[in-house]
Write a protein that binds this ligand. Structure first.
Ligand SMILES: [Cu+2]
Length: 234
């Protein structure tokens, strides 16, 4: 069963598994807390001929239950930490860029996502880079390739959210954050901003267009051809 948008990234399933694991722990804690709150209300309430009991919780036989709850909570935290360790290690360490991978820049501004393609030399930060700054534009990427991106912001804090890849990362002014994703299914996927960033926050809607390697090559060839002025001035 899934209540999420379709997962199309290599590591998305691992994130979903973590979600369910944490939900189960939180649900158990929630229902136990509810029971602990409601049970004494009923058991120790006033009845005919009997006053309600006032329990301060200072006696050892009472406060030991706080220790049990604390230990149970810490244990469940450690289980979650243990299980998620490998997943986060995989997602947060950016793989080295190999030949088939793509290196792009993503810049957040009020109110659009700007995409920077590396140009014919394949290297970001050189004079042949091509910058696309247009509302509702798409970031073209090839499927089954690591897309390594440098995320920046020109003004306030934004948050890059690619739900179908289970990827969310804040874009912070003055900082460059490296992250990656790998999409396995062609399609057009929403990018949204998940940090309130001003009056047109909700309009910060762009797309990732995942294409076959041939389609992607065709796109970049025509993009770089159209921007030859920049290329030839190198
Ligand atoms: Cu934003």
């Amino acid at each position: 069963m899934t209540i999420f948008p379709e997962n199309v990234s290599t590591y998305g399933q691992e994130i979903d598994n973590l979600f369910w694991l944490i939900l189960v722990f939180a649900a158990i804690a929630f229902f136990i807390s509810l029971f602990v709150l409601l049970y004494p209300l009923i058991k120790y309430s006033s009845k005919n001929g009997k006053r309600a009991e006032y329990i301060t919780g200072e006696k050892r036989k009472h406060y030991k239950w706080i220790t049990y709850a604390l230990v149970a909570l810490l244990l469940s935290d450690f289980v979650i930490l243990y299980v998620e360790h490998d997943t986060w290690g995989n997602i947060e360490s950016v793989p080295a860029i190999s030949k088939n991978d793509v290196h792009v820049g993503i810049i957040a501004r009020q109110w659009n996502w700007i995409f920077v393609y590396p140009g014919p030399d394949g290297v970001l930060g050189t004079r042949d880079d091509v910058v696309i700054d247009s509302m509702n534009s798409s970031l073209h990427v090839p499927i089954n390739a690591n897309v390594i991106f440098e995320l920046r912001s020109t003004d306030v804090i934004h948050s890059f959210f690619l739900a179908n890849a289970r990827l969310k990362q804040d874009a912070l002014p003055g900082r460059t954050v490296m992250r990656w994703f790998n999409i396995t299914k062609p399609g057009k996927y929403d990018i949204s901003c998940t940090q309130i960033c001003g009056i047109l926050h909700s309009k910060m809607r762009n797309y990732v267009l995942a294409e076959t390697p041939e389609q992607y090559k065709h796109f970049t060839d025509s993009l770089y051809n159209a921007n030859k002025v920049v290329t030839s001035s190198k």
